[in-house]
Structures are given as C-alpha cells and as structure tokens.
Design a protein around this ligand. Structure first.
Ligand SMILES: Nc1nc2c(ncn2[C@@H]2O[C@H](COP(=O)(O)OP(=O)(O)OP(=O)(O)O)[C@@H](O)[C@H]2O)c(=O)[nH]1
Length: 759
C-alpha cells in the first residue's frame, strides 16, 4: 500500500497532474454538476487514452525487441483497449442529459419545451402539429439549424415559423423519425448545460409505441408526461408509460398537469380537482408503475400553465413587461410551480444522467485500468524473471570464458613440453635407425641386381639406378622400422590434445575432425637424396694385381695417410678455435659437398713420399739394383721359381678379373663411398624428420587452438547478445513499472471521481 502511495505521488509530481476533482466551484444550477462531471470524466478518459496509446506503442516496441515477455493476447488486449477508450471518449463528448416529453396531441408538449427553453423554438398550435420526434440541443457553432435522420445536411432555421415550414417541407417524415434541432446555446441555459429536449408526436396518434421507446427513449434520463389538467389521464398515456417502465428500470417520470390556467375559471373546484389529479397521478406512479414512493411522487407531479410561462419568458426576453390583464388568476403561483418543476427536474436529470452516463464509463475505465495494471504487472514480473535468467547466463558465460582462457594457457604450456619431448624422441629414433641402415648398406647394395657392365655409358645409367634403389630401399627400411611406432605416438599425442582441448569446447562441438578424410594419414618422409649425395662417386675398375708393388705400396700409403689424417683430425677437434674450420677441413664433408679434394695425397708422410718417388721415377734403376742383389743372395733358381709363382698369381688374378669381379669391386667402392656420405646426413635427416613431427603436432594444436578461440569468440558474442537482451529487459521492466505508476494515478483519479459525483 505504501509503495502504491509513493508511486502515485511520484508520478503525480513528475507529470505535474493537479486536477481538482471537486465541485467546490460556485455552482448555480444542478445541471452544472453534470457539466463539471462530464468535463472531468472527459479529461480522465483523455488521460486514459494517451496512457493506453503510450502503453500500446511502448509495449509494441518492447515486443519487437523481446517477444518473450509479452504474449499475443496481452498485446492484442492493449491495442483493443486503445480502440475501446477512443470509442468511450467519442461517446463522452456526445453525452448529454436527455429529457423526453410525451402526452396526447395538443396537451402542450411543444409549449412546455418552449417554456423551458424560454423561447418559441418548436412550433405549437391547435391540432396535430408535431409529426415526428424533435430533439432540441445546443448548437456548437451558435447557428440554428436542423438535421434530418440519415442526413448530414444542415438546414438553417431562423425562426419558429421557418422551422415549422422546414418540417412541413419534409413530406416524407413519419412519426418514428428523429429530427435534430440545433439551437444557439447562448439563447438558453438548458442547452448550454448540455440538456437535450425531445418533443414527440402525441402518444394517441401512433400504434408504434415500442419502436419509439427502443429508438428514442432508451437513453432518456427523465420522462415528462404532459397531461391535460382539463381531463383525466388517458389509457394511451398510461399504456405508453407502462411500456417505458417495463423496458427501463425505474425511469424518472414527471407528470405535468398542463393548462392549469383553465382551472382559474372555476376557483371553487380548484383544490378538489387538484387533489383528484394528484391522487390519480400518484397512484399511477407509485402503485401502477412503481417508479417512486408516495413522498417522491409529490415532488414529481406539478400543476402548470406552459403557455403562460412561455409568454412571460418571451416578454421578459424582449424586455417588455407582462400584461397582467391577459393572464388568468393565480399566474404567479403557477409560474412558481413551473419553476419548482424546473428545479426538481434539474436536480433529478443531473443526478440521473451522471449515474446513467458516467457510472458506466467510470466502471469501464476502472476495469480497463485494472486489466492494464494486471498486464503491466505480468510483463514486469516476466521481464524481471528473464532478466535474472539472463544475468545468470552472462555470469556462466563469463566463468566459462575465464576457465577457457586459463585452461588454454596451461594446456598450451603442457603441449609445448610434450611436443618438445616427442621431437627429441623422434630425432633419436630416426638417428639410430638410419645409422643401423647405413651399417647394413652393403646388404642392400648387394641385393641390387641390374646387369652390370663396365662400359662408361652403361655404368652411368647403372649408377643412377643404384642411387634411386638405395634411396628407396633405405626409405622403405626406415619406414618399416619407424612408421608404426611414430604414427602411434603422434596419434596418441593428437588424441591427448583433442581430449584436453575438446573439454574447452561446447558439447555440440566436441566431435572434432581435424583431418580431411580424403587426405593421406600423416607419415614421416625420409629425404635422403642419394642421387645428389653420391654424385661425386668415381669408381676405379682398372685391373690391379694385388701383389703388385704399386698396390702393396698403395695399401701401406693409404693406411699411413689414414692414421695421419685421423691424428690430425683429433688435434683439430681438440682445438676450440678450430670448430668452425673443422667442417671445411673435413675431407668427407667436402666430398659430400661435391668438391673433390686430394687431401689424402697432401697428408702422406715424408718417408712414403720418398719411397713412392723412388719407385715411380727411378723404378727401373731400383729394380735392376734389387734384381742384382737378389741374384747374388738367393740364386737364380729360387728367383725363377719365385718369378714363376708370382707370374702364376698374376695370371690367375688377371684371368679372374671378370665383369662379376668388377661389379663386386664397384659395389664395394660404392658402399664405402655412400656409407661415408650417408653418415654425414644422419643428424640432418633425423632433425628433418623430427621437424616434420613437430610441424604435424604444432599444426594439430594450432587447429585445436583455433577451435577453442572460435568458441571463445562465440562465447563473447553470446555475452554481447545476452547483454543486449538484458538491456531490453531492463527497459521492459522500466516501461512496465512506469505504466503501472501511471495506471495507479488514473485509478486514483477515477476513484476520486466516483467519490465526488457518483457516491
Ligand atoms: N390555455 C392553455 N393553452 C395551452 C397551454 N399549453 C398549450 N396550450 C395550447 O395548446 C395548443 C397545443 O399546444 P401544443 O404545444 O402544440 O401541443 P402539443 O402537445 O405539442 O401538440 P402536438 O404537437 O400536436 O402533439 C396550442 O394552441 C397551445 O397554445 C396552456 O398551458 N394553457
């Protein structure tokens, strides 16, 4: 309750609403209360209309942005209310107090209307003058005109004769039709105060009483039965009012005994006739129609002379004094009674009209506001609920995002180490396997079975084939030894990565397929490039007698040169400064690089060089000296025998130097050469293989990181989206709360209106 009062006060202050719903102002006539009430209920409904229009617009806007908080029925209701309130507003502007005059022809209905208006507005006369329903109401424009039923045409009327002429001109008018006569408001107080006076044809001239009531009487606030005081109430008159009271609950009926001036001619019967009329009329109202009590009836039955009042008021209007001689005796009493009737009538019609017209509107307004408040309350609660849900979702998203970021950092570090270990392991394995294969190279080369020929052209083609054979052989041997184990390791590592990273992805994205199924599975490529590596290989296939002096010397020389080179190398390796130069000094590396070097010859020891020189340049002389020496010491027979054996050996070796032997020698030389070259690239190859593994694993991890990044971006987008929705929901709660406040204020205004005018 306190909250409601605060809301109402806050809203009233903010909107600066200070409508004074009271009747404190000076009111000279009860009719003005109706006017005041009408003005206020109109203002309230104008506010209700703008409230409903604003609600409709704002709620539509909220619904466009956030359809979950409002359902279609609620939205439709709000839109419907707008039309409904527009309708009520239109009805309210047309609302007036309506009094209908009935009675037999020539009883003086038109004269009573004219007397009340204080002017000769409607035609009157002896005989049947009113041939249709005439509703006299105030003209907004200040002009006098009439509008016939079903037409919008305004026919100007300047005087009563003009009106009578215009009505007579409308030949087709029948007694059921209604003609609106608009008369300047400033000419009559009743019209200014929104009273509409309906004159009718005599109830005795028509059989269509039901149609009359249905068409013209249902909304009448007061009925005036204009009776003729010179006669008694007739059945037709009574019959009509019986019908009225059967269709309306307790209609307000006044009975005017008109032509009471005629009774002035017989003053002795005056009281008796009055009493008689009074009793009959009271019985009619109280006992027959049951529309009021006996006490109330006394204030509903009057004895008047409309003709006299009209005359007096017309004279007064013209500023002329009333010729008392022309008036019957007791005029002033009848005049005062007419005024008393008017006073009672005004009280009654004002009270009745406020109730019949505005009670219904006020109740409709209260129902509407109640419904609107209910809808706004539902929207507010729904928005609030969804706001809390969205806040929770945002919180969860934020937590998820933080967890993803932190986990990604730790998994990245872990995977870096894992890849590093894996790379080292692969390097080790490849290095060992390649070294093994190099050691077993002779077996591989021996298995090469292309026909061999020492012809240089054939030999070149043979060498090319041998290079590719060795390359593919080594490659397939390495694959056979390593592929399964490596693939297994890599696969395991990838699975581990996927498992860890997929935990950071949303459930629906956890079925990760990194590799295109059409792509070959990853395999390490062993690029040995034997063709390039052994391009500098030169075979030596000329016959060499194994016991020949030059061969023996060569063996010795090569042994000594190798020893000398080895010790040289040891020295170089020991020297730290020489590390950089060691590679360029390494004959094998140089050979691998393709630059043929004769370092072996340069490294020959001095003694060997002298011996070689002596054998080479002075061989003939040395041989002679040696032969002479041998002849002298061992004798010629032994020399001949040794020479024979030596010759046989030579012959044997010469004869066994076949193509097969050449092939063996070629392969031996090739194995020797290729082994030395391949050893140089062991580290390079293993590093290359480990690099491929690293590449594969890093790529896999990068792909997984991309997936996680994308999911983090999705989370960020979702958070932005949720944030947007949250803002709309906040707006929705604000709007619904503001509309609730406005609704509360309008509800309070309607209540105050009820208290002031309807209680
Ligand atoms: N003496 C006297 N004559 C009246 C009085 N009221 C009306 N008349 C006359 O009665 C005649 C008929 O009056 P109307 O006002 O036309 O009566 P009406 O009931 O409207 O008649 P219709 O329109 O034909 O139904 C007129 O000549 C009036 O002057 C009255 O109080 N006293």
């Amino acid at each position: 309750m306190a909250a409601y009062i605060n809301r109402t006060l806050a809203y009233s202050n903010s909107m600066n609403i200070s409508r004074n719903v009271s009747t404190d102002e000076q009111i000279s006539s009860p009719l003005q209360i109706f006017g005041k009430a009408k003005k206020q209920i109109n203002e309230i409904f104008v506010d209700i209309l703008s409230y409903v229009a604003e609600a409709s617009e704002r709620i539509k806007d909220v619904n466009d942005k956030c359809p979950n908080v409002i359902n279609t029925n609620e939205l439709k209701s709000i839109i419907d209310y707008e039309f409904k309130v527009k309708g009520i507003c239109e009805v309210l502007t047309r609302d007036h107090m309506k009094v209908a005059f009935f009675g037999r022809t020539s009883n003086g209905k038109s004269t009573v209307v004219n007397a009340m208006l204080g002017d000769k507005v409607l035609p009157s006369g002896i005989g049947h003058t009113t041939n249709c329903f005439l509703q006299v109401e105030g003209s907004q424009s200040g002009e006098a005109y009439l509008v016939t039923e079903g037409s919008n045409e305004k026919q100007n009327v300047e005087s009563v004769s003009h009106l009578a002429h215009a009505l007579n001109h409308e030949k087709q008018l029948n007694e059921k039709e209604l003609v609106h006569v608009y008369w300047p408001k400033d000419r009559c107080v009743l019209l200014r105060d929104d009273v509409a006076l309906v004159d009718s044809p005599g109830v005795d001239v028509t059989p269509h009483l039901d149609d009359w009531i249905d068409n013209h009487c249902i909304d009448a606030d007061v009925f005036v039965l204009v009776a003729n005081a010179e006669s008694t109430l007739m059945v037709t008159e009574k019959n009509f009012f019986h019908k009225v009271s059967s269709k309306l609950s307790k209609p307000n009926i006044f009975i005017l005994n008109n032509r009471w001036d005629a009774s002035a001619n017989e003053p002795e019967f005056l009281d008796q006739v009055r009493k008689q009329h009074m009793e009959r009329a009271t019985d009619f109202l109280v006992k027959e129609l049951k529309v009021c009590t006996t006490e109330e009836a006394s204030s509903r039955i009057f004895f008047i002379s409309a003709k006299e009042v009209l005359q007096a008021r017309v004279q007064e209007r013209k500023g002329l004094s009333l010729n008392s001689g022309a008036l019957a005796e007791g005029f002033s009493t009848r005049y005062m009674e007419f005024e008393e009737f008017e006073r009672r009538f005004e009280e009654c019609i004002s009270k009745s009209a406020i109730k019949t017209k505005f009670l219904n509107h006020s109740q409709q307004g209260k129902h509407l506001i109640k419904d609107m408040l209910k809808i706004m309350d539902t929207i507010y609660n729904r928005s609030q609920e969804q706001k809390n849900l969205k806040l929770n979702e945002i919180k969860k998203c934020q937590e998820k995002l933080n967890y993803t970021e932190q986990s990604l950092i730790s998994i990245t570090n872990e995977m870096k180490m894992k890849i590093h270990q894996m790379v080292d392991d692969v390097e080790d394995k490849v290095s060992k396997a390649l070294s093994d294969e190099i050691r077993r190279l002779s077996v591989l080369v021996d298995e090469f079975n292309l026909p061999f020929h020492s012809d240089p052209l054939v030999l070149n083609a043979y060498k090319k084939e041998l290079h590719s054979y060795v390359e593919s052989g080594l490659g397939s041997n390495l694959r056979a030894r390593l592929s399964t184990a490596l693939a297994l390791n890599i696969d395991q590592s990838q699975k581990e990565m996927i498992e860890k990273m997929s935990a950071l992805l949303p459930e629906e994205k956890r079925n990760i397929r990194l590799r295109n199924p059409q792509r070959e599975p990853f395999e390490v490529l062993y690029r040995l490039n034997c063709d390039n590596l052994c391009r500098d290989f030169h075979e030596h296939l000329e016959f060499k007698f194994s016991w020949g002096l030059s061969t023996l010397f060569g063996r010795v020389a090569s042994f000594t040169s190798w020893s000398s080179w080895s010790s040289n190398q040891s020295r170089i390796m020991m020297s730290p400064q020489s590390n950089n130069q060691s590679q360029s000094n390494n004959p094998l590396i140089n050979a691998f690089d393709g630059t043929h070097n004769s370092t072996i010859e340069h490294n020959l020891p001095v003694i060997s060089r002298i011996l070689a020189a002596s054998l080479g340049t002075q061989g003939a002389m040395g041989g002679l000296i040696f032969a002479g020496f041998m002849l002298k010491t061992v004798g010629w027979r032994l020399i001949i025998a040794t020479g024979g054996i030596y010759g046989c050996l030579y012959l044997y070796e010469r004869l066994s130097w076949t193509t097969k032997a050449k092939e063996r020698e070629f392969k031996r030389q090739y194995v020797h050469h290729a082994t030395s070259k391949l050893r140089l690239i062991v580290d390079l190859t293993s590093a290359n293989c480990s690099h491929q593994v690293q590449q594969e694993l890093s790529t896999t991890f990068a792909q997984l990181c991309e997936l996680v990044d994308r999911s983090a971006t999705d989370l960020n987008d979702e958070m932005k989206n949720l944030d947007g929705k949250l803002r709309i929901l906040s707006k929705s709660t604000e709007v619904s709360k503001m509309l609730m406040n406005k609704g509360d204020v309008l509800k309070a205004e309607l209540k105050q209106f009820d208290d002031t005018f309807l209680s």
